[in-house]
Ligand binder design. Sequence first.
Ligand SMILES: CSC[C@H]1O[C@@H](n2cnc3c(O)ncnc32)[C@H](O)[C@@H]1O
Ligand SMILES: [Zn+2]
Length: 431
Amino acid sequence: MTTLRITGGRVLLPDLTVERADVLVDREAGEILAVGDPEDLANGDEHLSAAGSLVIPGLVNAHGHAAMALLRGYADDKPLDAWLQEDIWPAEAELTPEDVRAGAELAIIEMIKSGTTAFADMYFEVGEIVAAVEASGMRARLGHGIVTVGKDEEAARADVEESIRVAREFDGSAEGRISTAVMPHSLTTMSEESLVRSVEGAREAGVPVHFHANETREEVEPIVEEHGVRPLKYADRLGLLEEGNFLAHGVHLDEREIGLLTEAGTGVIHCPASNMKLASGMAPVQRLLDAGVSVGLGTDGAASNNDLDLFDEMRDAAMLGKLAADSAAAVPAEAVVEMSTTGSAEAIGIGSGKIEAGANADLAVVDFEKPHLTPAHDPVSHLAYAVRGSDVRHTVCDGEVLMCDQEVLTLDEKEVRETAGRRATELVERA
Ligand SMILES: CSC[C@H]1O[C@@H](n2cnc3c(O)ncnc32)[C@H](O)[C@@H]1O
Ligand SMILES: [Zn+2]
């Protein structure tokens, strides 16, 4: 066994208290061995300095489309439907596998640099995303996104089977850092038959289902008209609400739908920046938390955010949560820190998000010796409201150091940036 010891810092513990402690990691097992008084811990084989810094669980970006980093800033200031139909889908129709790889690597570098160690992703050409995750050392839950509207029956069936095949092929890859899900895009872009087959295929493969739901008002109305029930009642009828499944957005939910989520144990991934930018609405986050729903945090794609910095997202979630509840006490700092760590990890089903013995060794070290973090009356307040992704010094995933002193070690940042920039230019010229 070789060990890594993170020394000289303060550590955010699972109860959100902060203690001066070192963290000892088993690098081969990718697990935290011990957290404690520096005097009581064995000396590690390698050391990483956390002096002046706070060691936190690696953040978990629980919903996104990494390769959309190539479309950052390509189409802004439109609502979801027009944005997808007029700009994003025509551009995505031109994507090559190499583009997806380049976009995913760019997104991964941005996430590593801002302290994210795991993400959930719905997209196409998943083999390319698997390769990017494998090379980067990150952890991910990946799936092929299925859209069946506008497709004939044969093409729709093939798309669903592709998602099931991808889920089976890649689950457990990258030495267990990659898990998968079957990912029907949404309740309105999928035929009922395709949704039912997605659920069945996911059960057979032993993986969860992840989908977009109740994101805009325009998405709720057609379901009520066609099926006579609210979207999540419809989803429940089709078997989509189950323990371990997770949906993105959940902006327009009524109390009965929140009750269904609680009963089922289906997680909701809150994406506040995307919801604000597309003017989709304000998710009832405090009501979800009060009802005991498992709530995670996601950036969504870089084209609707426009960054992948989960610190930014925490701040947005806290601010928007207060507006939505009309209460400054709603969605407090502790809630968004939990949301981006344990909340996201539980919702997408990975054993990360906590610094304790036996947990995945997924960590970020945040430099607190900064003017905008001085004084530090309350480190949890700073994580929610003041820390920026660029304050992250080191990022560790599965016991491996992915970034040391702000240098990404697993991917070549300059090369990734150049390739992604060139491919993005060529992509939009084709579109
Ligand atoms: C079928 S792969 C995923 C698909 O989702 C699109 N997408 C990106 N952001 C959103 C969003 O906020 N709501 C719904 N769909 C979204 C993405 O462009 C891909 O086509
Ligand atoms: Zn999305």
